[in-house]
Design a binder for this molecule. Sequence first.
Ligand code: URA
Length: 211
Amino acid sequence: MRVHVVDHPLVAHKLTVLRDVNTPSPNFRQLVDELVTLLAYEATRDVKTEPHEIETPVAPTVGVRIAEPMPLVVPILRAGLGMLDGLTRLLPTAEVGFLGMQRDEETLEAVTYANRLPDDLTDRHCFLVDPMLATGGTLVAAIDYLLERGARHVTAVCLLAAPEGIEVLSTAVGDRADVELVVAAVDEKLDENAYIVPGLGDAGDRLYGIV
Ligand code: URA
């Protein structure tokens, strides 16, 4: 599994404001959107293209277009929803599927409570979006699901990752498939409640409030 930490001053600046406990929900949502757009630029670097003939006002030429089958963006509910627009802004022709997953707070295992994805993902490039890679359980389950259905390439886009989660993910994925992680920063560790330290708290609550 390849890990790409996006090293850019705008990413670092926006992430710092995002982490700040005093940043209110509307600003938090806006910043997540902006950050994801920056991450999406890196995350889409390997998107498959094909030659495409066009005519400019001056001459015929051959450019490229994104190849079929179209990429699939999969936000993991609920916090991943806050990252959807940032990704589809750069990939407007992508299809969107949804996976509802949450961790059981006692076992810390990922439980799927909603699934709105095509059964056949043969040859698809899937972009999984979830803000926090903490224990790795949710992303491992989601990646397994996509690969079992034939996905060719999975790019996980996260805001923050814990080293423990990256280790779990990379062991689980092994060299089975073309999988990469694109992340704005790798933090220090997980605490005893599996929160990322220093992190930014509960991403879902900060995006959408405590419900
Ligand atoms: N999920 C979150 O929202 N925050 C964490 O720190 C870990 C998991």
